[in-house]
Ligand binder design. Sequence first.
Ligand SMILES: C[S@@+](CC[C@H](N)C(=O)[O-])C[C@H]1O[C@@H](n2cnc3c(N)ncnc32)[C@H](O)[C@@H]1O
Length: 347
Amino acid sequence: MSYKFIDLFAGIGGFRTGFEKNACNCVFSSEIDEHAGEMYKANYNEEPFKDITKIDEKKIPNHDILLAGFPCQPFSIAGEKKGFNDTRGTLFFDIERILKEKKPKVIVLENVKHFKSHDKGNTLKVVLNALKKLGYTTSWQVLNAKDFGVAQNRERTIIIGSLNGIKFDFNKLEKKQPTYIKDILEKDNGQIEYLDETEYTLIENPKKQPSGLIFVGYRNKKIRVKGTRPDTIHLSRVHKQPNRIYSSNGTHPTLSSQESAGRYFVYHDGKVRKLTLKECYRLMGFKDDFKILGSKEKLYNRIGNSIVVPMVEEIAKQVKEQILNTTNEIIKYKKTLKQMSLFDFEN
Ligand SMILES: C[S@@+](CC[C@H](N)C(=O)[O-])C[C@H]1O[C@@H](n2cnc3c(N)ncnc32)[C@H](O)[C@@H]1O
């Protein structure tokens, strides 16, 4: 079965790619960032509507699924003045008004891992309460991209709601075998940026962390020594994320939307090299035919903001199986019963 969805806070369409791979059709998209919009148009041949706060919900086409990786904002400031559940003035309010008007059968929301503890858990509570008021049965979980065949340790809070009372079971998502950074590295075509041996220090006996990361060393950058005890100076280098180096035999740490210089360094075949942009897009599960355009800086921002495609693909598959196809089965069954009783009645 094919279903219609809308892609809110669309970015470069990570959600869209995953749902399209499951035979769903996008009927509306919105993204305020100009560069993201250009990439979206290049890849999906559709220009997203811009600011969602300016879009009349009545003009949005009917759809079965609402998808949104919305920015995380606290509700408590508004709440102090207007009451606990007031979401006015936040972007979640725009999701709410669309849900109220359009009543899609399913919603899938994505946010950072710490969404669950944001504002001492209040933000998540307000969102779940608001969805309940609108008739949605919800469940949520923190999922990690590395469990879906991608070599990145990227944890995200996913909330799924249904209108038919079915509680989405996250345990049914099919997990994949781990993959490693070395699996996505490009062949050296003369464009790879290597660090000179004098520019980094490798540590002794690196160990694989439970996250799958293997921290092997750090770049010899100028460090802040102020307030650091003499024999722990190396730790202050280590703690600065862009200076850390990871082995290609492990998982990569989360790509960040703040890291516009793309300072992601890996130790591979006895050398330290920077990840290429293509490798970063591969680490988010985008295929090589995905069109990337614009400045490197913006392209790094975009990829750090995106959602990991293979994780979305699995979510889409299960949303269809657990919620939507089931709804259709129930409707078909009810229709059959009705037809049977009519038949019986008339005969
Ligand atoms: C976390 S990103 C979501 C990325 C997306 N899931 C993807 O796969 O690329 C949030 C996006 O919301 C967009 N955004 C923020 N405010 C918006 C608004 N008022 N209207 C439309 N989009 C907005 C940002 O530009 C950003 O691209």
